[in-house]
Design a protein around this ligand. Structure first.
Ligand SMILES: [Fe+2]
Ligand SMILES: [Fe+2]
Length: 445
């Protein structure tokens, strides 16, 4: 069983059938150049379910992709790899990511060995955790709900029910104020689970800050975030729908191209796709205005890839099941406040916070949501606020959310006589915003 975790491991191959003491791993790299006419085989025992995982590595005609597992053997290429005697060391020199608590891995690089023709994928468990809205201050509240404390309760519930998930997908709105402090708080909450997390941003996130704290997030600075990971025979893909300065979401041309390519290469094998914004209507007027704006492009892509079994999103802070091009999509409850399904305007629901669990078995999956047994914090309906960037748009001081973001982060906006660089700064009636020598008073939100 592989897991998309983040800690690079060193791994040595000491012979054609030797035990390698290393943690379970996954990666999308390549397992190169086993000796001709041999087959690599990776074995792993999962500590939680006690199932053995076997992965055929290659048939050794030059480079061949190893689905889900890969080792980049530079030493192998330089002639230090297992010879006929098979005793020379090979050092893994690219990233091999292993989760906490995984078991030993054995690598055989010797004579050809066929795998049994009918092998089932091992069962795997994915937890989807969404819409955390962590604030810079751990004791901070959003609509009266202490989001850090609420997340702690949800994570404890998850750890009790699923002590050793294979993978945790965080589907955005992680740091409500887009601050590094919010991501650091998240990392602290995740603890050892942080290593097995896949992350994508929501509208409240900041890619640069996210990358600064979670080094496993690929790419640079504000580039769209993307993940591609394999779990058993399944492909997991994460799409970035964040549009700077906006609440709605969009898939960039780059993200759509990556998705198309990944699914084409996957060749129809089962895949799950994760994103923050909902890709179809959910029956709430206000939420349907701020979903995935270019969902028709995704809708047009999906019929070309029969392997996509399901789409998973956050953003709507409620449980919903819909369809896009015949593919089911599911949302997750937030770990903070919940929105009332079917509402015309923003209304809070009194459902407890929770998370979604997805279980893979063979080429099928099942999914369900898990909530706390009780509502730990009641949201305050009367907390009237508006975000700073939204306020600037509303007053006409800027034309777009992106423009507001640049001005705010550039230190050109003052709130109550102090420079404010957080575009998510909550304004209350009575606050005064200054930009370019003009003052705007907050009368209502
Ligand atoms: Fe959210
Ligand atoms: Fe959101």
């Amino acid at each position: 069983m592989r897991c998309p975790a983040a800690r690079p491991l060193s791994l040595s191959v000491l012979g054609s059938s030797s035990l390698v003491s290393a943690r379970l791993f996954r990666t999308d790299l390549f397992f190169r150049d086993l000796a001709p006419a041999s087959t690599g085989l990776v074995l792993a025992n999962h500590p939680a379910c006690d199932r053995r995982f076997e992965q055929q590595a290659t048939r050794c005609k030059g480079r061949k992709r190893l689905r889900g597992n890969a080792l980049d053997h530079q030493a192998w290429q330089s002639g230090e790899g297992p010879s006929a005697a098979g005793v020379k060391a090979v050092r893994v020199c690219t990233k091999i990511w292993g989760p906490h608590g995984a078991s030993a891995t054995t690598l055989h690089g010797g004579p050809h060995r066929e795998l049994p023709p009918e092998r089932k994928s091992p069962m795997a468990t994915i937890l989807q955790i969404s819409d955390l809205h962590l604030l810079s201050q751990p004791q901070g509240t959003l609509k009266g709900v202490p989001t850090s404390a609420s997340l702690a309760l949800v994570l404890q519930r998850a750890r009790d029910a699923y002590p050793d998930p294979d993978c945790i997908v965080l589907t955005g709105d992680l740091s409500h104020e887009e601050t590094v402090a919010g991501y650091e708080l998240l990392k602290w909450h995740l603890g050892d689970w942080g290593e097995r997390c896949l992350l994508i941003p929501g509208n409240h996130d900041n890619r640069t800050g996210l990358r600064e704290v979670f080094r496993q997030v690929p790419g640079m600075s504000d580039e769209p975030i993307w993940f591609q990971s394999e779990l058993g025979d399944w492909l997991l893909l994460g799409l970035d729908t964040h549009v700077p300065g906006e609440v709605y979401g969009e898939l960039s041309a780059q993200s759509l191209n990556r998705l198309e390519t990944a699914l084409t290469e996957n060749g129809g094998r089962p895949a799950l796709v994760f994103m923050h914004h909902h890709p179809g209507p959910v029956g709430s007027t206000w939420l349907d205005k701020i979903g995935l704006q270019n969902a028709p492009l995704l809708e047009a892509l999906l019929p070309r890839h029969a392997g996509v079994r399901g789409l998973f999103c956050g953003h709507i802070h409620q449980v919903f099941e819909g369809q896009l091009a015949g593919v089911p999509f599911y949302s997750a409850p937030a770990t903070a406040i919940q929105f009332l399904p079917g509402s015309e305007t923003v209304q809070f629901d009194l459902q407890p916070p929770g998370f979604r669990v997805i279980e893979l078995d063979g080429d099928q999956f099942s999914t369900a949501t898990v909530r706390l047994d009780h509502m730990p914090f009641t949201p305050l309906h009367d907390e009237v606020t508006i975000k700073l960037d939204q306020f600037l748009k509303l007053t006409g001081a800027v034309d777009t959310g992106g423009q507001a973001k640049l001005l705010i982060q550039g230190g050109e906006v003052r709130v109550n006589d102090e420079v404010e660089t957080r575009r998510g700064r909550k304004l209350k009636p009575g606050d005064v915003v200054e930009l370019d020598g003009e003052s705007f008073a907050v009368d209502s939100a």
